[in-house]
Design a protein around this ligand. Structure first.
Ligand SMILES: NC(=O)c1ccc[n+]([C@@H]2O[C@H](COP(=O)([O-])OP(=O)(O)OC[C@H]3O[C@@H](n4cnc5c(N)ncnc54)[C@H](O)[C@@H]3O)[C@@H](O)[C@H]2O)c1
Length: 385
């Protein structure tokens, strides 16, 4: 039985590097921490030329270029996304700014006819995500959202298992994961830059892992909760960071999806429990346990277990772990964006899916503030998605 089940899940990986006559002209907007993963991946690609970098902080983009080994004389530096996009002819940009400027930079790039790889989370609010989506449709350009776990073979396996029908109809998902202690700092902990905290940092990955697996059904209602008992407390956070901390460090939600599916969600940067538990997917013909995972790095937290009845016997199959992808997840994330643009393929991580992810996150925030369940489906009415 186990071989029969396992043989259905042959891993696939993107390895193709398009040989093109002209180089792909690339720009990086926001040269902070995550830009490193984009820049170092781009440096490995023969068919790509990084020609422009922008950052609001004077001198930061130049210092970034030097640090990561770019030839500074071949790059134009700009004080914001606007100057860059007004002055350059680009094939694609990575938007690596903090969450609060995701929408503004992405819309500006799309309006200028530039393809965009936007870092996660999509935006801060649903309204912003819808504005980006409209700009994308109008521009006819490609927008993909930077969820690198999508490139991970174990993560892809979860989707394949659901699609294989082994679980039957999925009706309940509990999302585990989350940290006992792991509050970031820098621009992640203030509303003016991040907009949202743990929800936008790691919660969006946990949601994407399961929603992608089940084909991103439309979310209907959300009953959400968020709190911040650790981040602003100098007992649990460094005092300078505690002082400026004004986002969520914990959130939970109960989400109803189209197709009579419910999702029980939890995320945390800090709590007193070792782990909020594993992720479980329950279906009418089987169930899947995904060990508690950080999600962002794409690794499942150990072997997944598939539960099924076989000829009347309750059976468990421990699934083997898949190998790492060549070049790593970040390389594959950037590469899949460039390949999609060059080969006219669909976006690797489409905004139409991540709109639902963002609407759930925003729904948790709004429901928590209102103290009751809210209907989030009205926001999608009339949208071309
Ligand atoms: N995919 C991942 O694993 C991963 C990991 C970390 C961060 N991120 C995401 O990446 C984004 C950036 O995170 P970070 O840690 O690099 O933040 P950061 O604060 O280190 O860097 C962001 C940079 O963007 C610049 N910036 C902001 N608005 C700008 C604009 N309009 N034009 C030009 N520059 C602008 C800022 O000055 C700053 O230097 C966040 O949205 C975060 O969620 C993703």
């Amino acid at each position: 039985m186990s071989d029969q089940v396992l043989n259905q899940f042959t891993p696939t990986v993107e390895t193709k590097q398009e040989k093109a006559a002209s180089k792909f002209r690339y720009g990086i907007i926001g040269t902070g921490w995550i830009a490193e993963a984009h820049a170092t991946s781009l440096l490995e690609m023969d068919d790509v030329e990084v020609v422009a970098m922008a950052d609001l902080i004077p001198g930061k983009a130049e210092a970034f270029a030097v640090k990561w080994g770019f030839d500074k004389s071949k790059i134009n530096f700009y004080p914001s996304h606007k100057e860059m996009l007004d002055n350059e002819q680009l094939d694609g940009v990575s938007v690596c700014t903090y969450n609060a400027t995701h929408a503004e930079c992405t819309i500006y790039a799309l309006n200028k006819g530039v393809n965009v790889l936007l870092e996660k989370p999509f935006t801060v609010t649903t309204e912003e995500a819808i504005e980006v989506l409209k700009a994308e449709k109008k521009s006819g350009k490609l927008l993909t959202i930077g969820f690198q776990p999508r490139m991970d073979l174990n993560m892809q396996e979860i989707k394949k298992i659901v699609e294989s029908g082994e679980l039957g109809k999925v009706y309940y998902i509990r999302i585990g994961g989350g940290r006992r202690r792991g509050i970031p700092n820098s621009t992640f902990i203030e509303k003016k830059t991040a907009g949202i905290g743990a929800l936008g940092d790691i919660g969006c990955y946990a949601l994407d892992m399961v929603l992608n697996a089940i084909g991103y059904p439309k979310p209907l209602t959300v009953s959400g909760y968020k709190s911040a008992y650790f981040g602003p407390n100098p007992k649990y956070n460094n005092p300078a960071d505690a002082k400026r901390f004004d986002v969520d460090d914990f959130a939970a939600g109960f989400i109803r999806l189209e197709g009579d599916i419910v999702v029980d969600f939890i995320t945390s940067w800090a709590s007193h429990i070792n782990t909020p538990g594993d992720t479980i997917i329950l279906g009418t013909e089987g169930a899947l346990r995904i060990p508690s995972t950080e999600c962002w790095n794409g690794s499942v937290g150990g072997n997944m277990t598939l539960y099924k009845d076989v000829a009347g016997l309750m059976t468990e199959v421990k699934l083997p772990l898949c190998p790492d992808v060549p070049g790593g997840l970040f390389y594959q994330k950037v590469r899949s964006f460039i390949n999609a643009v060059r080969q006219g393929l669909p976006a690797p991580v489409p905004s139409s899916q991540i709109l639902y992810n963002q609407a759930i996150i925003d729904g948790i925030v709004k429901s928590s503030e209102l103290g009751r369940e809210i209907d989030i489906s009205a926001a999608f009415e009339g949208l071309d998605i």
